[in-house]
Design a protein around this ligand. Structure first.
Ligand code: GTP
Ligand code: MG
Length: 535
């Protein structure tokens, strides 16, 4: 396929440059721009002249700053991104190592670097951030890594030094499960082995940095991935098409078509896709990975933002729990501590979260464990979180898209990570039963949403509890009657009414039947609520 014939999506690739401070990331990028002819005419000369006039030595890294205002040109640069093209494809280069925005964007899926160039200074060798960034890439699921051993001019282009760094860093990458694409001896400053091989390193017969980039594989969306559609919003059109509801969001993996039966988690409700809605064009028959879409359902079920739709036929459904073990990268100025409430965001869901257990804190420097009871800025840790309410997610190994989360303290994102394993929480068993019940439930033509509109109320269960003889019944009875007087649809259900009615076959005083008593009361309450009542 020729360059022109490829679609933009096919020949575009996001690459992130990382590495220890001053190891030459920006210089290598600047030089690549210059050597691939990606710079606007006269730009290089102009920057060189400016340097000369202020008697400052010229730096290729300055090109990146100098280009920031040139959005109209073939090459554009915004806060942290550089665009350039080789003969093979367009590159979007992200020069924001360790930058919170980058990590945030990677974790939330806003940006998707498919590969990374990790720059190591040949003179200084492997440093703290060379390791830390390597670890971070592995955590973010970036598997294609090119290691550029830069500043070879400072070590007289000695092969020994290159091999030394290569073997040390390979060892490290192996430990964290990364198999690097290549190691390239280079000099950003001298333009060695970037766009072309240089006579300075006659012993090096491998590919240039540019060739290594061009040989990276485009990661294709795997059509085998299960359908995952985090619900963003529910739009209701009261005046139009019998109060049609459109469920809106984006498919983050897999696909679904009209007629497919969907399961929404954590609620466990299900219904069939009736139509897929598009604005201003003919309605598509299928939602595919990456599509922002809206659809209507056969039945008006009540689902909320934050739920995840998957195919009901799917065997690998997203787990639902309040508790899971994660790998996490912390960037907060304040440490991550136990006994504090944070917000965990995953997909479109948000939940109040607390650290249940810190399993280990990995010192990025030597991958050793540390026994701290808090997680400091830049630490990488394995942590179990417990949430106030359950969410649906995936495990990193099965579908990384829905395993990435961020942790907020107030409005700020201070950390992010991936879910490694799920624990069954206290309600897991119950939840499974509820799912089966919800699926088997036989519904009439009137649905809850219509009832809510008609009764002008949200169904609710209000429990009045307390010690004996404090007046529970009196109070509950007054409340029920007051609500009724106010025009609400209500029912007062005394526990005694259940004990001597529905539950009369269960002994009353023993604790062994306690679970069953509760279960029946809960099921009864479910029916009241499903009929729109305030109980
Ligand atoms: P930060 O963005 O601050 O983390 O640094 P960086 O990794 O982008 O490094 P940068 O490209 O700014 O280079 C840092 C210094 O190293 C500059 O003074 C460069 O001139 C110098 N430098 C970069 N590459 C080379 C090289 O190949 N050889 C030599 N001798 N110096 C280099
Ligand atoms: Mg830089």
């Amino acid at each position: 396929m020729t360059f022109e014939k490829m679609t933009l999506e096919e020949n575009k690739m996001d690459i992130v440059f990382v590495g220890h401070v001053d190891h030459g990331k920006s210089t290598v990028i600047g030089r690549l721009l210059a050597d691939t002819g990606s710079l606007p005419d006269g730009k290089l000369e102009q920057v060189q002249l400016t340097c000369k006039q202020s008697s400052e030595p010229f730096e290729y890294a300055y090109l990146i700053d100098a280009l920031k205002d040139e959005r109209a040109q073939s090459i554009t640069i915004d806060s942290a991104r550089v665009f350039f093209k080789s003969d093979k494809r367009h590159y979007i280069i992200i020069d924001a190592p360790g930058h919170i925005e980058f990590i945030k964007n990677m974790v939330t899926g806003a940006s998707r670097a498919e590969a990374a160039v990790l720059v190591i200074d040949a003179y200084e060798g492997v440093q703290e951030n060379s390791r830390r960034h390597g670890y971070l890439l592995s955590m973010l699921g970036i598997r294609q890594i090119i290691v550029v051993v830069n500043k070879m001019d400072l070590v007289d282009y000695k092969q020994d030094r290159f091999e030394e760094i290569k073997s040390e860093y390979s060892e490290y990458l192996k430990d964290i499960g990364i198999n690097p694409v290549d190691f390239i001896p280079a000099s950003g400053k001298m333009g060695v082995n970037l766009a072309s091989l240089s006579p300075e390193t006659p012993w090096y017969k491998g590919q240039t940095t540019l060739e290594a980039l061009d040989n990276l594989e485009k990661i294709k969306d795997d059509p085998e991935q299960p359908f995952r559609f985090p619900v963003q919003d529910i739009y209701k059109f009261a005046s139009y098409d019998e109060g049609k509801r459109i469920i809106a969001g984006s498919a983050i993996s897999g696909s679904a078509k009209v007629g497919d039966s969907l399961l929404f988690l954590p609620s466990g409700k299900s219904s069939t896709i009736k139509s897929i809605e598009a604005f201003g064009s003919e309605n598509p028959k299928e939602i595919r990975s990456g599509d922002a879409a809206g659809f209507t359902l056969d039945e008006q079920i009540y689902v909320k933002r934050g739920e995840v739709a998957c195919l009901e036929s799917e065997t690998k459904r997203p787990p639902v729990s309040r508790m899971f073990k994660t790998s996490l990268f912390w960037l907060g100025h304040e440490p991550l501590v136990k006994d504090k409430q944070y917000t965990l965001k995953l997909g479109t869901s948000r939940a109040t979260a607390r650290v249940e257990k810190i399993h280990k804190i990995i010192d990025a420097n030597d991958l050793g464990d540390s026994n701290k009871d808090q997680i400091d800025r830049h630490d990488i840790a394995e942590v179990t979180f417990i949430l106030q309410s359950p969410i649906a997610f995936d495990l990193a190994e099965s579908n990384s898209n829905l395993s990435r989360f961020v942790i907020l303290d107030g409005y700020h994102i201070w950390g992010g990570g991936i879910i490694q394993s799920a624990y069954k929480d206290e309600e897991s068993l119950l939840r499974d039963e509820v799912y089966v019940r919800n699926q088997r439930w036989i519904r009439g033509k009137t649905n809850l949403e219509d009832r809510m509109d008609r009764y002008n109320q949200k169904p609710a269960l209000i429990m009045v509890t307390g010690k004996q003889h404090v007046g529970r019944k009196t109070l509950a009875g007054m409340l029920e009657n007051q609500l009724f007087q106010d025009g609400k649809f209500t029912y007062y259900l005394g526990v005694g009414s259940v004990l001597y009615g529905l539950n009369t076959d269960l002994t009353r005083k023993t604790s062994e039947n306690w679970q069953e008593h509760l279960r029946r009361i809960a099921e009864l309450a479910y029916i009241f609520l499903d009929s729109g009542m305030i109980l």
